[in-house]
Design a protein around this ligand. Sequence first.
Ligand code: ATP
Length: 232
Amino acid sequence: MAERVEVSDVSKSYGKVHAVTNVSCVFREGETIALVGHNGAGKTTLIKLMLGLIRPTSGTVRVLGEDPSAGQFEARQRLGYLPENVSFNMALTGRETLAFYARLKRVPLDSIDALLERVGLGHAADRRVGTYSKGMRQRLGLAQALLGRPRVLLLDEPTTGLDPALRRSFYEIVAELRADGATVVLSSHALTELEGKADRVVIINRGAKIADGTIEELRSIANLPTRIRVRL
Ligand code: ATP
């Protein structure tokens, strides 16, 4: 399967803080990968590196065959991003919000209603986002990330704050994306909810990759830190 994201020996420091240290990983077409680690482990930094929002201190990142931090990164439209704590202009409606992002991304506007339906917001398309619940805003964030049918999706803690029913519907959408060949990278604290959802789990501890495999494979690794082992 085609390689969609290639992180090669990447480190990123903020002054004296080593946020990411010598991480290498490859994410392929049709794979769903979870980045798991504690607060401050380096998950968001890795996602920002893959988005090209920051440049590595050393090492290289390739997304869809290109350097995502390069000015002329042509693949930008095929990259979807859901930030942690997504926030919107509360005065815009759901439909207007997606139209705004579609224009920014320079993707056609005609998919907006279908996307709102897909994330269960069809009924609220003309309501202001200020009236949406947290779960609805999170789903609007996902719809925004799906604009333009991206081939790589980077979702930063997408299920935090969602109730079990919303988590289930979120993972149903992820399964559809996977079937459609998208590469989905999601960061999470919650190893337990990833069983059967992620093809692979990459465990990040203090900026370093300490494991990469299926949950089954991770269970057979003897020297994982206890706090991770007990959650497998
Ligand atoms: P969380 O689950 O809390 O989002 P994380 O795994 O995403 O955590 P990062 O946000 O990548 O972790 O942070 C990794 C380390 O880098 C932390 O020690 C953090 O304080 C530090 N860090 C992140 N961004 C910056 C920045 N812009 N300037 C300085 N230090 C930073």
